[in-house]
Design a protein around this ligand. Structure first.
Ligand code: GLC
Ligand code: MG
Length: 249
């Protein structure tokens, strides 16, 4: 056993199977004590909604929280987003211009205020409209010379974020900060906004058994040797994957 960097999405990945979560927490907590393994949560939720989940579920305190689909990083329990990261992702981003483009699409229903930040503009978009609206949206952004990233998750959530931000790039920022090589890093997820965790490099990946079609489709089109497709759901799938990679007994 050795030290590694453990990165996991929360909803329907770490959280969703309470018995398995308890088992995984015990294991990871001990691993962190013994080997200084780092625990990172990478979620679409804002800090506000993360804290809400923390009141509902038994979660270990992470060494870092990647929040708001990678637009914010909170290190060591800090309540203030890491400024190095904010500076890094600000290049080429224009919040006003993004809002002026999205304002022309009545299909886009703004999410609650807590889920918006200066680097993340989020909507709900029906699955029935998505295939038509997303290409149109991309075209309009191109016309405005806006190089941004659009993420669509779980058949409903649409996030618009800076091109240099997502969960995967935030993971690499922390990995380099803490000096972990890609091979000693493992990321877990279940939906569209987690694709960035698996697509970015040679980090190991665990896709839980209850993964959404958009992630499974991506995995089918990108069969990499670094990704393990688990049979068990949520934390049960994570345990299965960690054992597969020899990171848990
Ligand atoms: C979380 C966030 C939401 C985001 C979604 C997908 O539910 O609260 O803002 O759109 O994740 O990334
Ligand atoms: Mg999820």
């Amino acid at each position: 056993m050795q030290s590694f960097m453990f990165v996991t999405d929360l909803d329907n990945t770490l959280v969703g199977n309470d018995a398995a979560l308890l088992e995984l927490n015990q294991n990871l907590g001990q691993h962190r004590k013994k080997y200084e393994t780092k625990i990172v949560y990478a979620t679409g939720r804002s800090l506000f909604l993360y804290q809400q989940l923390k009141r509902e579920k038994k979660l270990l305190d992470p060494d870092a929280l990647i929040a708001a689909v990678g637009t914010e990083i909170y290190i060591n329990g800090s309540q203030i987003p890491d400024t190095h990261w904010s500076e890094k992702i600000s290049a080429g981003w224009d919040e006003e211009l993004v809002l002026s483009v999205t304002g022309c699409f009545p299909e886009l229903i703004p999410q609650s205020n807590s889920e918006q930040n200066h680097f993340k503009v989020s909507f709900q978009l029906n699955e029935a409209d998505a295939a038509r609206v997303i290409p149109q949206l991309k075209l309009q952004f191109r016309r405005q010379h806006l190089d941004i990233k659009i993420l669509y998750s779980s058949g409903i959530d649409l996030d618009i974020i800076p091109v240099s931000s997502d969960k995967g790039q935030a993971m690499q920022f922390l990995r380099q900060k803490w000096g972990f090589i890609a091979e000693d890093t493992v990321a877990c997820g279940d939906s569209g906004n987690d694709i960035a965790l698996f697509a970015i490099g040679e980090e190991k990946g665990i896709i839980v058994g209850n993964a959404r079609p958009e992630l499974l489709e991506w995995h089918r089109d990108n069969p990499g040797k670094y990704c393990y497709l688990a049979k068990n759901t949520c934390a049960g799938g994570i345990i299965e994957g960690l054992k597969y990679f020899g990171l848990m007994e």
